[in-house]
Design a protein around this ligand. Structure first.
Ligand code: ADP
Length: 455
């Protein structure tokens, strides 16, 4: 069921419940009031009749019937009077025997009065104290006017209920349609958005109510999607560009080599150059692979306990073995006395890769090819500082260096693909860590990485 119909149905249900309760109370109160009124009229008639017959000596049954016939009687009025021996002393309808059982007369005496219904007629029994003995007067009549009024009230209530319910259902449908219209609008607008027009946005209405908040949240999500879509597009374009450059170089060198026959030395030179290009492609492919691995969900990364000092020494040894001119100096601040304080939980390969990237950058972009690595052991975690005296990074490029394939303008003279920092940032975040860079052009750069002890 649509929300619109559900709301209308609920609204109508509540309203009809209230209306039924109200109408029933009005009807029941009116019915009780009519009945009370009629019984008091019956009582007046019963007392008047009894007084005339029993207290006025000149009046006997015959005369009383004549008086009754000439006065304004209640519809179907019938009054009978019994003496203390339950003998009938007066019957207002001479030819009509009122079917009154003895036990009813007894009940009147016992309860000092009685009210009950005989078919449509109301019957009232009262005790009348005569001079010598007590009598029981039973009067019955049909409340034609009261019942007619009640019948009319019932009709009015039923008609009013039907009219009110129809109005409520129509108003409910109109109101809920109006209230939900903005949602339908949002749905229509969202329906038109696909990968080709992620820059579209839905209308945010008054920017205050829940529907506007929904639209605002949706627009924010669209902005995030658009950004990551753009990043993905530029990533693929950059990756293909980076791969094409060495491939074009290799192709060119092979074509030139094939033009003429060459000497052994020339062939060796060409092969060496091709080897360099292949190395370059290899490092790019490795970088992309690692980036893909680091982009996985945290739960998919295998982790183990690692000794921080072991990791740092291994990375230093591996880097210096690969690039013999690099100098990696390591300093520990307050080396812990217990081994457990050196333990860190993470993915060994990724952590090594992150440290290696930062050390490699520091040596690569400094004239003395050296980096100072300082490790501080804090209560909450480990802080690694990598300082160099290299070319530095300009302030206006600082916020872009973590983007994949971005290389600062002063770094182009060195080989690189611009993947190292973005990969490192991903690895640090995977381990719940933080990375900060401070730098001054031509003075040096300091990269700080913080890993919490528990991740
Ligand atoms: P690259 O392969 O270019 O080194 P990275 O992602 O590792 O790629 O670094 C991105 C850019 O950040 C580099 O191109 C360089 O401009 C800048 N950069 C990173 N580290 C340093 C550093 N220690 N000194 C100066 N510039 C740096």
């Amino acid at each position: 069921m649509k929300i619109r119909n559900k709301l209308t149905f609920l609204f109508a249900l509540i309203f009809s419940g209230l209306l039924i309760a109200f109408s029933l109370s009005v009807y029941i109160l009116s019915a009780n009031f009519r009945s009370d009124q009629f019984y008091s009229r019956l009582q007046d008639r019963a007392i008047t009749t009894a007084r005339l017959l029993l207290a006025v000596k000149e009046v006997d049954s015959g005369l009383l019937r004549i008086i009754d016939r000439n006065s304004l009687l209640l519809p179907k009025e019938h009054i009978v009077i019994f003496n203390k021996n339950n003998e009938l002393v007066y019957n207002s309808l001479e030819n009509d025997s009122l079917n009154i059982k003895i036990d009813i007369i007894d009940k009147v005496r016992l309860n000092n009065g009685l009210r009950y219904n005989n078919g449509d007629n109301e019957v009232l029994g009262i005790q009348f104290n005569g001079e010598q003995e007590d009598f029981v007067v039973i009067a019955s009549a049909y409340d034609k006017y009261g019942r007619g009024k009640l019948q009319f009230l019932k009709l009015i209530l039923v008609i009013a209920f039907i009219i009110a319910m129809s109005i409520i259902i129509i108003l409910g449908l109109i109101y809920s349609a109006q209230a939900l219209n903005p949602i339908s609008n949002v749905i229509k607008q969202v329906d038109t958005i696909s990968a080709t027009n992620l820059n579209s946005r839905v209308e945010e209405g008054n920017k205050k109510d829940e529907i506007a908040l929904l639209a605002i949240t949706f627009n924010k999500m669209l902005s995030r999607l658009e950004k990551s879509f753009e990043l993905q597009k530029s990533f693929v374009a950059n990756a293909s560009h980076e791969l094409r450059t060495p491939l074009t170089a290799i192709k060119g060198q092979i074509e030139v080599a094939l033009l003429n026959s060459r000497s052994q030395i020339e062939y060796e030179e060409i092969l060496n150059s091709i080897h360099d290009d292949i190395e370059n492609m290899n490092s790019l492919a490795n970088g992309l692979l690692e980036l893909a691995q680091a982009s996985k969900d945290v739960s998919e990364i295998s982790k183990s306990t690692l000794r921080i000092d072991d990791i740092i020494w291994t990375v230093q040894a591996e880097l210096q073995k690969k690039k013999s001119n690099y100098k990696v100096l390591i300093e520990f601040d307050d080396f812990p006395e217990v081994e457990s304080d050196l333990i860190f939980y993470g993915n060994e390969h990724l952590i090594k890769s992150a440290f290696s990237n930062i050390m490699d950058n520091a040596c690569k972009y400094s004239t003395d090819n050296s980096v100072l690595v300082k490790i501080e052991f804090k209560a909450e975690g480990f802080l690694f500082g990598f300082s160099d005296n290299g070319i530095g990074i300009a302030d206006n490029e600082m916020n872009r260096i973590f983007e994949p394939f971005y290389r600062a303008s002063n770094a182009k003279f060195k080989k690189g693909h611009g993947l190292g920092l973005s990969l490192t940032k991903k690895i640090v975040e995977l381990h719940n860590g933080k990375i900060f860079i401070t730098s001054k052009v031509n003075q040096g750069t300091k990269v700080e990485i913080f890993f919490p002890r528990t991740i």
